[in-house]
Design a protein around this ligand. Structure first.
Ligand SMILES: C[S@@+](CC[C@H](N)C(=O)[O-])C[C@H]1O[C@@H](n2cnc3c(N)ncnc32)[C@H](O)[C@@H]1O
Length: 333
């Protein structure tokens, strides 16, 4: 294999691909994100591809009369597709907690459009990474809702705001809910949600820059997990969630208490807005729940999986549950 990889054309084709990839990745962080750890392993990927192509190339080697054009053609058609295939396989498997941390840190951008692009790319590994991150936001929202919900789930219409891949709807079906409308700002995430087959309607909208695409006053439950953060869903969108709920309907919000100053300021503003809406008579608080382990803290490096993870390696979370006032006029919100 080594001999073959040192054949001038083969060697230079692999070299130029490696350096082109490294260069492009440096200039476009999103591409780097897509490749994740797999990207930096492109050289070993090339070696894997070489192993597969070796028998064929060895049989060609004695044919020294082979024209340069023909050899180039063989390199391009036989080896490079294998390199690309390996690259994509590696980028979608064997994820580690460090890969997940790298992506979640890149989500700290405060530009919503940039964040939607990150989610488009992350979609492929979103659920796997969130398992590694011990994400419990969707579960905690649904669990708290189930403690307070008194209606008939099979007859209830649910609006899942920032639905992502559909984790919330998946959990709610276990409680008997059947009708879901999902909204998300990422096309890639909506494609995953569509694959669940649980949503009767899915809408693409970047909230804060576009209005919530939902009918006013019709939803029995409006639920959102993991999206009310700086650079994601702005604070004032909370009013649109309340507006979409029917009078007497429930609005459930689950979020992590990230400790960066920008998050602390956002949380204070969110709580002020929630309080103001209570004072305006739009809704009443049914309860809140604090959770110690909402998700692993991306700012704390940690080892592998296991039960003995330290408490400071987690972000705590809060679930809020509101009941929309019967008297709340939808036109005045
Ligand atoms: C951490 S995920 C949570 C997804 C899902 N609710 C769950 O619990 O698994 C955050 C989701 O919010 C979406 N999102 C972020 N900002 C948004 C915005 N401004 N408008 C709509 N969706 C947004 C992302 O695309 C992503 O799917």
């Amino acid at each position: 294999m080594l001999r073959v990889s040192h054949l001038p054309l083969v060697h230079s084709a692999l070299q130029s691909m490696t350096s082109a990839y490294t260069d492009v990745k440096g200039r476009y962080p999103l591409l780097g994100l897509m490749g994740g750890v797999a990207g930096v392993r492109i050289h070993s990927v090339s070696q894997v591809a070489m192993t597969r192509a070796t028998p064929l190339l060895q049989s060609l080697e004695p044919q020294s009369g082979l024209s340069q054009r023909r050899s180039s053609y063989l390199v391009l058609t036989l080896i490079l597709p294998q390199v690309y295939t390996c690259f994509f396989i590696m980028s979608t498997s064997s994820r580690t907690i460090h890969d997940a941390h790298t992506v979640i840190k890149s989500c700290s951008t405060t530009d919503p459009k940039e964040k939607a692009k990150i989610y488009n790319i992350w979609a492929e590994n979103y659920e796997e990474d969130h398992k590694l991150l011990s994400y419990r936001g969707a579960y905690l929202a649904v669990d708290f809702l189930s403690e307070h919900f008194c209606g008939r789930p099979e007859e209830s219409l649910v609006l899942d705001v920032a639905c992502g891949s559909g984790m919330v709807a998946n959990l709610m079906t276990e409680l008997g809910f059947r009708s879901f409308v999902g909204v998300d700002g990422s096309k890639g995430m909506l494609e995953l949600a569509a694959k669940t087959g649980l949503y009767q309607d899915l809408k693409l909208a970047l909230l804060g820059t576009e209005p919530l695409p939902a009918q006013t006053g019709v939803f029995d439950v409006v639920i959102t997990a993991g999206a009310f953060y700086p650079g994601s869903v702005p604070v004032n969108v909370i009013r649109e969630l309340c507006k979409a709920a029917k009078p007497g309907g429930l609005v459930c919000i689950a979020r992590g208490n990230y400790r960066r100053p920008i998050h602390i300021e956002y949380t204070e503003n969110l709580q002020k807005e929630q309080q103001l809406m209570e004072e305006e008579g739009l809704w009443g608080l049914k309860g809140t729940k604090q959770i110690d382990r909402y998700i692993r803290n991306p700012d704390v490096e940690c080892g592998g999986d296991g039960e003995d993870i330290q408490e400071d390696q987690f972000i705590s979370g809060t679930v809020y549950l509101y009941k929309k006032s019967i008297s709340a006029s939808t036109s005045t919100q």
